[in-house]
Design a protein around this ligand. Structure first.
Ligand code: FAD
Ligand code: SF4
Length: 490
């Protein structure tokens, strides 16, 4: 185990520095600096190697957290990355982007700040890349079977890597011009620089995974054609239909879904020149929605030089500590200040809670000029709505709707393959990721609804094991227990 007295001697969490706000908003580079190795080792020593490591059940991948904490403390970084890769294909994504439910479940978190699990994870993989330890692992033999994976987000990539390593010939189809799903065109570089994604894709190509970008399945090639050409198909098309806000004035110009904005901004950061991109420079920006997507719009707008950025959330401001209804080891909903909120706070930003938008107000040219916002009222039956007589106008000439996603686009998968939809709008599937169509499996947000990267990777791995068993009659591929068990509980 890590230092038996570590948690007694080191009581505080230490995280690497963030670049100063006024420096980092000048560019789109990542925000966190590398952690000092001695500090990292000190932090790893805080892990108590609990008899029942609750962090395992907190992590959807079942990451072997105490083991790589110990290896980090003992300074065996190569063993640590081997251990981490056993359960997680892409720790560089989760180590940067995961909300770390493991830390909410950390036993030390009962009466001390939790172990810095996510930071230790990203430090292990960063070091592995620096030292050249992330090498291709091509299969020793080919099975002669072929699998099509549709969608190149974290779920599709995890499934593809597992199935390639199991010896299948895997082709990943992606309708965008570049591979990566939301890692490529959703999440901004200040959270994940794209060179990190490219490094992993290079490893996958060297292992034999084939990528076909710019192919919209259902249009450029039919689902049936793919099913006939391949021995199995994995649908990992994400949850991409945005939730709308159908209120008066919605047709005004200057109102965009968050993803319209983020895709363009990501393209520009990647060096593309767009004809007439959405630009927040000098504008009064309002972002409707308080999640990751809204936060990413805020950070992007601040970097583009917005005059002001207001973030509206319809619900109450969460508390700063666990409530009685969200006890340890559950993941509580807490008030959080993301790095983007921190930046907006320093630059005329404001967060408004209990804010129900009731109308978009247009100017004479039909462009949005303000939002009418009422206070949210919670009714005795648990529903909520705008409270009469509380409306105020918030100036806005650029609005981003970041209210989540309702499910995957059918794009022919329903007619051509017979895939159904759940009541929540996701593709219908069994607990083993199979569907009504023989040999067709669904993984990631397409099957569980809008979720997290860690869940996408977990489901991609678990679905790959089921596909391998379907093709070979048995499988040696590991699958996170949590992902399989919970597949239907979405
Ligand atoms: C702006 C934003 C920020 C986020 N930030 C975080 C974060 O910080 N941390 C976190 O854990 N999660 C975050 N999430 C959620 C996370 O990105 C998703 O849960 C995750 O990417 C889902 O992975 P996936 O592989 O299922 O789907 P996706 O990543 O959505 O990938 C699906 C891919 O399928 C492609 N596709 C769809 N239909 C077809 C078709 N017919 N033919 C070919 N290709 C098709 C799409 O173009 C897309 O590239 C964020 C989401 C958004 C929108
Ligand atoms: S993937 Fe997320 S939940 Fe799992 S160990 Fe890493 S930070 Fe924790």
């Amino acid at each position: 185990m890590a230092d038996p007295r570590g948690f007694l001697n080191i009581r505080q969490r230490e995280l690497p520095k963030r670049r100063p706000v006024d420096v980092r908003i000048q560019d789109f580079k990542e925000i966190y600096e590398r952690q000092d190795p001695a500090q990292l080792q000190r932090q790893a020593s805080r892990c108590m190697d609990c008899g029942v490591p609750f962090c395992h059940s907190g992590c959807p991948l079942g990451n072997l957290i105490p083991e790589w904490n110990d290896l980090t403390w003992q300074q065996h970084p190569q063993d640590a990355i081997d251990r981490l890769h056993e359960t997680n294909n892409f720790p560089e994504f989760t180590g940067r982007l995961c909300p770390a439910p493991c830390e909410s479940a950390c036993v030390l978190g009962i009466n001390q700040p939790a172990v810095t699990i996510k930071q230790i994870e990203v430090s292990i993989i960063n070091q592995a890349y620096d030292r050249g330890w992330v090498q291709p692992h091509p299969p020793e033999r080919l099975t002669g079977k072929a699998v099509a994976v549709i969608g190149s987000g974290p779920a599709g990539l995890a499934a593809a890597q597992q199935l390639t390593r199991a010896g299948h010939t895997v082709v990943v189809y992606e309708r965008d011009d570049r591979i990566g799903g939301l890692l490529r065109y959703g999440i901004p570089d200040f959270k994940l620089e794209k060179k990190t994604l490219d490094a992993r894709l290079n490893q996958m190509m060297a292992e034999g995974t084939r990528f076909r970008a710019g192919v919209n399945v259902g249009t450029d090639v039919t689902w049936q054609q793919l099913r006939e050409r391949f021995d199995a198909v994995v649908v990992a098309t994400g949850s991409t239909v945005p939730r709308d806000l159908s209120i008066p004035g919605r047709d005004a110009s200057g109102i965009h879904y968050a993803m319209e904005y983020l895709v363009e901004a990501n393209r520009q950061v990647a060096g593309e020149r767009l004809a007439d991109p959405i630009d927040a420079a000098g504008r009064h920006v309002v972002v409707i929605g308080g999640g990751d997507t809204g936060s990413d719009c805020i950070g992007t707008a601040v970097r583009q030089g917005a005059a002001s950025v207001t973030n509206l959330a319809i619900g109450r401001q969460p508390g700063i500590s666990r409530s009685a209804s969200q006890p340890w080891p559950t993941m509580p909903q807490l008030y959080e200040v993301s790095t983007s909120h921190e930046e907006a706070d320093a630059h005329s930003g404001e967060r408004k809670w209990l804010a129900s938008t009731v109308e978009f107000v247009k100017d004479d040219q039909g462009h949005v000029r303000a939002l009418k916002v009422a206070e949210t009222e919670y009714l005795p039956d648990g529903s909520r709505g705008p409270k009469d007589g509380t409306e105020v106008e918030i100036p806005a000439d650029l609005v981003f709707i970041a209210m989540g996603f309702t499910g995957p686009e059918a794009n022919g998968a329903d007619d051509q393959l017979g895939l159904g939809f759940t009541g929540k709008g996701a593709f219908e599937r069994e607990a083993d990721y199979s569907t009504a169509a023989d040999g067709v499996f669904v993984a990631g947000d397409a099957g569980r609804g809008q979720s997290l990267i860690v869940w996408a990777i977990a489901e991609g791995r678990a679905a790959a094991a089921k596909v391998d068993a379907y093709l070979e009659g048995q499988t040696v591929l590991p699958a996170p227990v949590h992902a399989t068990d919970r597949a239907l509980r979405v």
